[in-house]
Design a protein around this ligand. Structure first.
Ligand code: CTP
Length: 402
């Protein structure tokens, strides 16, 4: 999305509270955002917060002489590559379908010749109403594309279709929109592992680690955006499923290995998960109870399977390109270089996960890409940008091999 310009029209629904996150993510992907907000939109999100996040003026007034001098509705649309209406309420969809132009948002939408993407958000009954469904059909026939809505809990306390897609999916749809055309990884299959694993001690307790899954999920999303069939095998995280991926959710290292093996064959494997190295030798079916006077339980650990090493040595089932991560706290490049040879993978993405770097839970990462031919030091950048850069390298690798 580098350098692409999105005109984001924010209309008045409770889902508008998620729009600052959408703006932040578009900018993280290198896109520019300019916001138009309706009167209703202003009830849920402030123009000031959108202006701060987009680093641009927020437009709301059709009849402002200053705005018409500086930036009329025609120019707002002319200067965009795409217009996205998010959230798109039942009301704005109705006004779009009717061709109305009674505020700045609908005037821009009527005057534009740019592609329009709508992200509906409304109560389930409003969504299912014949009027809304007819408006949806009309808009689709006129070439408007739609992201969502999805099923789920609603702010009004009901459950059903009408909930706005999550910011990651909305931005994923924009990435897909800008990448439409040649899909350099079309026809290829990638397996990505992400997140932590949870190793049970008993039915209620487990051993875990601090991985957020942000880096692995960003890689899966980037692969899918370039047309790759992507299977994401993930441990428990708080993240939404990335757009366009087949997502398999597991808990333990052994479940993760089984899921990865059953997803083979693949052209690419990216093992970004922070797999627990050990599990307890037994995990009783019943909760371990405290007993007065008894010793505290001793946990005996046994080693978990190494998923990266297993698939790197999987003979004719080995994906042609296997990429591992190295989470290190000292001698990062030396340890990771050794890990690459020991595990038998092609590339290692090495990162420093010392607490002072904030890598585990943070949004940015400083990595080194280690391959047979040497080490590249990449600058500190967002995890999405690391993912993007890695996927570009994967594309070049396959182009060079052809
Ligand atoms: N990995 C894996 N299965 C395991 C352990 C690690 O697939 N049981 C993968 C990780 O996904 C990562 C790579 O191996 O791609 C390196 O993980 P890391 O935690 O850095 O190394 P470890 O193998 O755990 O070695 P150590 O803890 O000694 O550094």
């Amino acid at each position: 999305m580098q350098g692409k310009r999105v005109l984001l029209i924010v209309s008045g629904g409770i889902a508008a509270v998620k729009i600052p996150e959408v703006v932040r993510r578009i900018r993280e992907q290198g896109g520019h955002v300019r916001c138009v907000i309706t009167e209703g939109g202003k009830q849920f999100v402030t123009p000031l917060s959108l202006a701060a996040l987009s680093e641009d003026k927020v437009y709301d007034d059709l009849f402002s002489l200053t705005d018409e001098n500086e930036m009329g509705h025609i120019n707002l649309s002319r200067q965009a590559d795409v217009i996205m209406v998010a959230p798109a309420t039942a009301d704005i969809m109705a006004r779009m379908a009717a061709g109305m132009a009674n505020d700045l948002a609908t005037t821009v939408l009527l005057a534009t010749d740019k592609p329009v993407i709508c992200v509906p958000a409304m109560n389930v009954r409003m969504w299912e109403h014949a009027a809304t469904q007819a408006n949806l059909e009309t808009l689709k026939q006129r070439g408007v594309t739609f992201v969502g809505p999805v099923d789920g809990d609603m702010a009004c306390g009901e459950f059903g279709m009408g909930r706005m897609s999550e910011p990651a999916e909305i931005v994923g749809a924009l990435v897909n929109f800008f990448n439409a055309g040649p899909k350099p990884l079309a026809g290829r299959h990638a397996i990505v592992t992400s997140g932590p694993t949870h190793e049970p001690i008993d039915p209620v307790r487990y051993i875990a680690n601090r991985s957020s899954g942000k880096q692995g999920h960003a890689i899966a999303a980037a692969l899918a955006a370039y047309g790759c069939k992507t299977t994401l095998v993930t441990g428990p995280t708080a993240l939404p499923d990335p757009a366009g991926c087949d997502v398999i959710k597991i808990e333990s290292a052994r479940d993760m290995l089984a899921a990865v093996e059953s997803a083979l064959p693949a052209d690419i494997a990216v093992c970004a998960a922070a797999v627990a190295d050990w599990r307890t030798d037994t995990a009783p079916d019943q909760k371990i109870k405290k007993q007065a006077g008894a010793d505290t339980p001793a946990l005996t650990m046994v080693e978990n399977p190494d998923i990266l090493a297993t698939i790197s040595k999987a003979g004719n089932k080995r994906p042609p390109l296997v990429i591992g991560f190295a989470a290190e706290t000292n001698d990062v490049v030396a340890n990771a270089t050794d890990k690459r040879t020991r595990k038998g993978c092609d590339w290692i993405v090495a990162n420093d996960v010392s607490p002072s770097t904030g890598t585990f839970s943070g949004d940015s990462n400083t990595v080194h890409l280690i391959s047979e031919t040497g080490t590249e030091d990449w600058p500190t950048q967002s995890k999405s940008d690391v993912a993007q850069q890695l996927v570009i390298r994967i594309i070049r690798h396959f182009e060079a091999a052809e």
